[in-house]
Design a protein around this ligand. Structure first.
Ligand code: URA
Ligand code: SF4
Length: 284
């Protein structure tokens, strides 16, 4: 037998008709639910309650069991945002618990943004890759190395930049023993966008640079074309304003340079030029 102890109990009753329960448990030798009263009380007010039992450390979490019914789709990240959205540490702690869409299930951990709170440049990638998922930090794998090289050549100090992703969990499909990156859907990007907006609100950058189409569409809208707009610095679009109204720019994703064949060198030159244009604007 396995035994679990509930140590965190968080009902979510926001604007949604369904209440979701997030229950974290610690694992012991055998399963044994002692506090039946606490389980019974929210169940009366939350008829669609779904219970999920997961265990392990943040880096090794596994879903052990689910029970109950969850008759509505996951609610998105909004329900997991803390009250104080301008505190990066608090955001990071809250995002570590996010179940706003199904991508948290096969992933190892939430990969939140990294960088100084007052950074004037905020870069947004697509989603963590295999290495990032294991290490818990953005852009530390092969695409990150390309980004590091290009930044150095463009005269941008990565330590001064806040680097994050449009989606905070690694989406993958198995291929043999490898985990193959799978592009997140528009729905998943939308579910995760509250974290990105909160990061922008907390960091207050002067420029947000989108790396690749997924990040660019997340912030500019679905019809944005990186191929024609790359390297330009745009006023923020109309519509729901980005916190602090940062300027917006976009370029390709560094992994496109890894995939480029013959013209890899030329692609890298263009990528460096796009970063340099942003650096010039920051310095102006
Ligand atoms: N690709 C991304 O978009 N982000 C990462 O953090 C790593 C690879
Ligand atoms: Fe939450 Fe984003 Fe992860 Fe989905 S991908 S569970 S919204 S942090």
């Amino acid at each position: 037998m396995l035994r679990f102890e509930v140590f965190e109990w968080t009902p979510y009753e926001r604007a949604h008709s369904t209440s979701f329960m997030r229950i974290s448990v610690r694992m012991f030798g055998d399963i044994h639910i002692e506090d039946r009263e606490r389980f019974a009380t929210p169940a009366r007010s939350a008829p669609n309650m779904a219970l999920e039992v997961s265990c392990g450390s943040a880096g090794q979490r596994r879903v052990m069991a689910t029970a109950g019914r969850q008759t509505e789709r996951p609610v998105g990240a909004q329900a997991y945002l803390p009250e104080a959205v301008d505190d990066l540490d608090e955001l990071r702690r809250a995002a570590a618990q996010c179940h706003g869409c199904d991508l948290y299930r096969p992933a190892t951990q939430t990969v939140f943004g990294e960088g100084p709170p007052g950074a004037s440049l905020l870069m947004v990638g697509e989603q963590p890759g295999d290495q990032e998922d294991r290490q818990g930090e953005p852009f530390v794998g092969p695409a990150g190395h390309v980004l590091d090289q290009a930044m150095e050549r463009a005269g941008i100090d990565r330590r001064q930049v806040y680097v994050t992703n449009a989606v905070k969990h690694f989406k993958w499909v198995p291929q043999g023993s490898r985990r193959l990156h799978k592009t997140p859907s528009a729905r998943e990007v939308a579910a995760c966008r509250p974290w990105l907006h909160a990061e922008i609100a907390a960091v207050r950058p002067r420029i947000v640079l989108c790396l690749g189409a997924v990040a660019a569409k997340a912030l500019f809208g679905p019809s944005f074309l990186v191929s024609t707009e790359r390297g330009k610095v745009h006023e923020p679009p109309d519509g729901p304003l980005l916190p602090g109204r940062p300027l917006l720019a976009a370029t390709v994703h560094p992994s496109s340079i890894l995939r480029a064949g013959q013209d890899r060198h030329e692609q890298m030159e263009r990528f460096v030029a796009d970063l340099a244009a942003v650096a010039t604007r920051l310095g102006a």
